[in-house]
Design a protein around this ligand. Structure first.
Ligand SMILES: *[C@@H]1O[C@H](CO)[C@@H](O)[C@H](O)[C@H]1NC(C)=O
Ligand SMILES: *[C@@H]1O[C@H](CO)[C@@H](O)[C@H](O)[C@H]1NC(C)=O
Ligand SMILES: *[C@@H]1O[C@H](CO)[C@@H](O)[C@H](O)[C@H]1NC(C)=O
Ligand SMILES: *[C@@H]1O[C@H](CO)[C@@H](O)[C@H](O)[C@H]1NC(C)=O
Ligand SMILES: *[C@@H]1O[C@H](CO)[C@@H](O)[C@H](O)[C@H]1NC(C)=O
Ligand SMILES: *[C@@H]1O[C@H](CO)[C@@H](O)[C@H](O)[C@H]1NC(C)=O
Length: 432
């Protein structure tokens, strides 16, 4: 069914003479990055998979200014936005003015040699210019880190807690940290904070959200070299004003501990977590839960209809909030042991608290296309076609259709012989 949809899309896109950057078919992936700028959901990096594990450097987006069904997506490639490094399990944070994405850490490989490359640990993408660069940072030395997530406060400082420093890339041995690193995106300064007391345990593969009052909330993850998972009732809080740690025991429903899950913060103060897995990559329950941060202590609850029509159990996906929708992209499905199809996202409506299949674009906002937008070429808009032109176009269309069918046949025949770069056969994420 997936293949036939791909075929349909291929024919559809080719027949409509659509620019090849539209209808882009990205490779499947996990532990990628997703950022929303204006009305685009941008996706990049991650542990990629096509027919085999594959390196991907593509930057592509889903247009959120138009409505769509969740299982027949049209992605658009930004050709100039090709990522200068291959990385997964990294963090990507948007600047306050929505102009720049900072891509930090992860398992990094050189784009040309494909060898591990930790020579630059911070990359930045200028969205209006569509250019990547390596910012020159002052201050403390930037440590190599994987499995940490960053969050930006309202003065432009990105906070990154803990994570791993994998030093043997064969055995995935290394150290786990509990330090707090900050990156001031205004002054381009890196600092490793010296916090005197009350430090939390070492931790990685948690989720992070910052509340409007400047308190950062850390949930879940791994908290020891023996792979002990963090109790979901024990929340770590970091006060960005006082630069102090504290802990909170939450109340409410029982939530399985987990790693490789996602979280979003809603405008009314709920943190919605979704998905993830255990150490042995088995599924967790419930899939979706809500932490109400308006209560003191915070309270977990499981929305009554959040299991109905819910997506498969997935880990290594991402979640972004856009108006009423939590949008889940990519990841690895536990039951089928396969990557989530790239033609599909999952949509959770945070107002009605239910999984939905249609994304309705917010209709009261302006949709001015940027200059970078690929254009659908059609020279006949707004004027009637002359008879001769119509005959010519029908002829051209018919020839085109026949070519497409032939090309499709060839592609279908070759689909299993497609050469691709082998990444790691196994075990690459079985770290520590
Ligand atoms: C794709 O989704 C749109 C909007 O929901 C729908 O109109 C269209 O029929 C779908 N196409 C396919 C091939 O499923
Ligand atoms: C950045 O984007 C967010 C979310 O869309 C918006 O609320 C905010 O006003 C934007 N900031 C600027 C400076 O454009
Ligand atoms: C990473 O780990 C290695 C070995 O434990 C250590 O020598 C190095 O200082 C660590 N680097 C950082 C930035 O933590
Ligand atoms: C990584 O570990 C393996 C197995 O213990 C060892 O053979 C190899 O030398 C180590 N590599 C490094 C860079 O320490
Ligand atoms: C995976 O771990 C869970 C507990 O975390 C256990 O219940 C389950 O049986 C394990 N599954 C496998 C296949 O080992
Ligand atoms: C549409 O406008 C209403 C009223 O101004 C506002 O409350 C709502 O958030 C807007 N919705 C979107 C999607 O922009």
């Amino acid at each position: 069914m997936y293949l036939s949809f791909k075929l349909f899309k291929f024919l559809f896109c080719t027949l409509l003479l659509i620019n090849s950057t539209l209808c882009y078919d990205p490779s499947q992936r996990r532990l990628h990055n997703s950022v929303i700028i204006e009305d685009r959901l941008l996706i990049f990096s991650g542990y990629g998979y096509a027919d085999t594990l594959t390196y991907s450097f593509d930057l592509f987006y889903l247009d959120l200014s138009k409505s769509f069904g969740n299982d027949n997506l049209t992605w658009t490639l930004i050709p100039k936005g090709s990522v200068p490094i291959y990385t997964y399990d990294s963090t990507a944070v948007l600047s306050l003015d929505n102009s720049t994405i900072f891509l930090i850490g992860g398992f990094m490989r050189n784009k040309n040699t494909l060898d591990y490359d930790y020579s630059n640990l911070v990359y930045s993408y200028n969205y209006p210019a569509s250019t990547w660069s390596t910012p020159v940072l002052s201050g403390d030395v930037v440590p190599p880190r994987q499995g940490m997530r960053g969050v930006i406060d309202n003065s432009g400082i990105i906070y990154m807690f803990g994570g791993t420093n994998i030093t043997n890339l064969t055995t995935f041995e290394g150290t786990i940290h509990n330090d707090m690193n900050t990156f001031n995106t205004v002054s381009n300064t890196w600092s490793t904070l010296n916090i005197p007391g009350n430090l939390p345990s070492i931790c990685y593969e948690y989720t992070v959200n910052i509340l409007p009052n400047g308190i950062i909330v850390y949930i879940g993850g791994v908290e020891s070299a023996k792979f002990t998972l963090v109790n979901m009732n024990q929340i770590k809080l970091f006060d960005t004003h006082k630069l102090e740690w504290s802990r909170m025991n939450t109340i409410g429903d029982e939530i399985d501990p987990r790693i490789y899950f996602s979280s979003v913060l809603t405008p009314d103060g709920n943190i919605i977590i979704f998905g993830g897995c255990t150490k042995n990559r088995s599924s967790v329950s419930p899939k979706l839960a809500i932490l109400d941060t308006n209560k003191n202590p915070f309270e977990w609850s499981i929305p009554s209809n959040s299991e109905a029509n819910s997506p498969p159990s997935v880990w290594g996906h991402t979640a972004n909030l856009y108006y009423d929708y939590m949008i889940i992209t990519f990841g690895f499905e536990i039951d089928t042991k396969s990557y989530s199809p790239s033609s599909q996202v999952h949509l959770y409506n945070i107002k009605s608290n239910e999984w939905v299949t249609t994304f309705s674009a917010p209709d009261n906002k302006s949709t001015t296309p940027s200059t970078d937008d690929p254009i659908i070429t059609s020279s006949h808009e707004g004027r009637p076609l002359k008879a001769l032109e119509i005959v010519l176009w029908i002829g051209l269309g018919a020839t085109f259709l026949v070519s497409c069918i032939l090309i499709t046949k060839i592609i279908v025949r070759r689909i299993r012989q497609r050469p691709s770069i082998i990444l790691e056969i196994s075990g690459s994420d079985q770290k520590l």
